[in-house]
Design a protein around this ligand. Structure first.
Ligand code: NAI
Ligand code: MG
Length: 326
C-alpha cells in the first residue's frame, strides 16, 4: 500500500529544509508518494489566503503531512493545520547528540503537550478599555487523552520516568482537573509517575535534565518548557515535533522560517529530517525511522555541520551526508 505524504514547505528556510527531508525519505525505497501544497506568507501574497483550500484538502486526505515553517502568518497556518489532522498531542523530543556542543549533553527528554485547549483555546476578550481577559479551558476528556498518550509513549519508547507538570496549587479548578485526571490514568495503568509544579520543574530541568524522561504538560507549559529544553541540547535546528491525532498526523521542526538566514542555503536540516523520522514511526516504518535517526546522529557527530553548530557546510552538504549514511 502506498502512503500519500502531503509536503507543505511554507516560507523561508521551510522551503530549504523540507525538500531536504523529502530527499532523505525518497532515498529509503519505501512506498511513499509526495504531494506538495502551499501555505504561509507566500501563499497569502499570491492567493490572499495563508492556507488555501487546496492545501487544507491535501492535508486532510493525506496519510501524514510534513510541514516546514511559516513566517508572519504562522498562527493562521499551523493552528488550523493541527486541527485539520485532529491532533491532540504535540510530541517534542529534546535530545542532546554526541558531537553537538550542548549545555546539557545527557539530556533525553520528551514533552507530551496537550494541543487543543488550556490558555490557547482562543477565548480572549476586551471587557472594557484597558481590561482584557482570557478563558482557560480544561476538559477531563482532553486531559485523559493526553495522559493516555504520554504513558503509552513512555512505555513504547523505553522511558522509565513520567512526570506530570501542573500548577494545581494556584489554578485549582483547571489544573486540578488536569492533574487528577492524569494521575488516575497513571494509577489505572499501574505506571510509575511523579507530579511537579511547572515552575519548580523548569528549574529542575535546567539543573538535572538527565533525570527526566517523558513530561506530560498542559498546552502553554509544554510550549515554554520544550523551548527551554531546546536551549539545553544545542538549539532550535535540532528539535523535531509531531502533532498526532487518532487518524492523521503532522510533523514539523519546532523552529520557524528563520528570515535571518533564509535563502543562504545554510539552514540545518536535522530538525526536519528528524521530524520525517517521526513520520516514519507513525506510519509504522520503525526500522527505516531508526536508520534515518542513526544517519543524522552520525553526521552530527562527525560532520559536516551547518553554521548554527559551528561548521561551514551547506544544507545540501549535510543532506547528502545523511543520505550517504543510510
Ligand atoms: P526561528 O525559529 O525562525 O529562528 C530563531 C533563530 O534560530 C534564528 O536566529 C534562526 O536563524 C535560528 N534557526 C532556526 N532554525 C534553524 C535551522 N534549521 N538552522 C539554523 N538556524 C536556525 O524563530 P523566529 O526568528 O522567532 O521567527 C521567525 C519567523 O518564523 C516568524 O515570522 C515567526 O512567526 C515564524 N515562526 C513559525 C513557526 C512555525 O511555522 N511553526 C514557529 C516559530 C516561528
Ligand atoms: Mg513555541
Amino acid at each position: 500500500m502506498t502512503h500519500e505524504i502531503a509536503v507543505v514547505p511554507g516560507d523561508g528556510i521551510g522551503t530549504e529544509v523540507t525538500p531536504a527531508a523529502v530527499e532523505v525519505l525518497a532515498a529509503l525505497d519505501l512506498p511513499l508518494e509526495f504531494v506538495s501544497g502551499e501555505a504561509g506568507d507566500g501563499a497569502a501574497a499570491e492567493y490572499g489566503d495563508p492556507l488555501p483550500e487546496e492545501t487544507r484538502e491535501l492535508v486532510a486526505e493525506a496519510d501524514a503531512t510534513l510541514f516546514g515553517a511559516a513566517g508572519e502568518t504562522a498562527a493562521d497556518v499551523i493552528l488550523p493545520l493541527r486541527s485539520i489532522v485532529g491532533s491532540y498531542a504535540n510530541v517534542r523530543p529534546a535530545r542532546a547528540y554526541p558531537g553537538v556542543d550542548a549545555l546539557a549533553p545527557e539530556t533525553d527528554l520528551v514533552f507530551v503537550r496537550e494541543n487543543t485547549e488550556g490558555v490557547y483555546a482562543g477565548l480572549e476578550q476586551e471587557v472594557v478599555d484597558g481590561v482584557r481577559t482570557l478563558t482557560r479551558v480544561v476538559t477531563e476528556d482532553a486531559s485523559e487523552q493526553i495522559a493516555e498518550f504520554g504513558f503509552q509513549y513512555a512505555k513504547r519508547n523505553g522511558y522509565d520516568r513520567v512526570t506530570i507538570a501542573h500548577k494545581a496549587n494556584v489554578m485549582r479548578q483547571t489544573d486540578g482537573l488536569f492533574l487528577d485526571t492524569a494521575e488516575r490514568v497513571g494509577q489505572d495503568r499501574g505506571a510509575d509517575y511523579d507530579t511537579m509544579l511547572m515552575d519548580a520543574l523548569a528549574t529542575d530541568i535546567v539543573m538535572h535534565p538527565d533525570s527526566y524522561g517523558v513530561v506530560i504538560c498542559p498546552n502553554l507549559a509544554g510550549d515554554v518548557l520544550s523551548d527551554l529544553a531546546a536551549g539545553l541540547v544545542g538549539g532550535l535546528g535540532l528539535l523535531p515535533s509531531a502533532n498526532v491525532g487518532d487518524e492523521n498526523a503532522l510533523f514539523e521542526p519546532v523552529h520557524g522560517s528563520a528570515p535571518d538566514i533564509a535563502g543562504e542555503g545554510v539552514a540545518n536540516p536535522a530538525a526536519t529530517v528528524l521530524s520525517a523520522a517521526m513520520l516514519l514511526d507513525y506510519l509504522e516504518y520503525g526500522e527505516a525511522a531508526d536508520r534515518v535517526r542513526d544517519a543524522v546522529e552520525g553526521v552530527l557527530a562527525d560532520g559536516p555541520r551547518t553554521p548554527d553548530l559551528g561548521g561551514d557546510a551547506s544544507t545540501a552538504d549535510v543532506t547528502d551526508a545523511i543520505i550517504d549514511r543510510l
